[in-house]
Design a protein around this ligand. Sequence first.
Ligand code: SAH
Ligand code: DHB
Ligand code: MG
Length: 226
Amino acid sequence: MSQELWNEVDRYICDRLLGEDPALEAALAASDAAGLPPIAVTANQGKLMQMLARLRGAGRILEIGTLGGYSTIWLARGLEPGGRLVTLEVNPRFAAVAAENIDRAGLGDVVEMRVGPALETLPALVDEGAVFDLIFIDADKANYPGYFEHSLELSRPGTVIIADNVVRDGAILQSGGGNGPDAENIRGVQRLYELLAAEPRVSTEVTAIQTVGSKGHDGFAVALVT
Ligand code: SAH
Ligand code: DHB
Ligand code: MG
């Protein structure tokens, strides 16, 4: 209904505050040309996450759901000097596109991609004793509860956990996720809210914000691990 207006306002914001960025624009163009779905974060969302990384002083970032590496590039640019980002992607074709995009952005040595189902690659990170300062959850929504539980194991006090797509056009209001094709995903997000509210390490330091913009009506949750 207001989508055209939201698009124009996002354009207004980005034109004034973000400026040209050849590497990010090339990442989107290459993702599009390779047929990846156009579901990356928007530029102004990416910038916000980069700023959250800077505010946190993040030296280690974990991303769950790489797609073409667009949000990866934003986040990796927010790392402290010498920092590292690990990103998890199940689709080898997407991962190959992302690797090229990340290399083109000059971040090939900073970003490590692990290809496989995140519910398999996350326990490996836990076994390695990995700890992250910022974790961005953005893969399949049905598995958000599992991603959050693993993220807690990969956190320390002060870790910021961000989850994308926690509003989905208001679909979260549908009891039990509704009966539509997206029900499993909606239930995953609803369960994430329950876990965020119940987990003593985040329950006092968590919120979610609904957003409108060129990606429609959606939102993100932000939690600080205490
Ligand atoms: N963060 C990206 C968008 C991610 S879209 C950006 O904003 O630029 C969600 C991604 O999660 C897709 O690439 C999809 O292939 C991936 N994904 C889906 N299920 C997954 C799983 N089980 N493990 C890891 N990645 C998964
Ligand atoms: C979808 C996934 C996302 O991470 C997103 O931001 C938007 C849409 C999807 O799977 O449809
Ligand atoms: Mg998303």
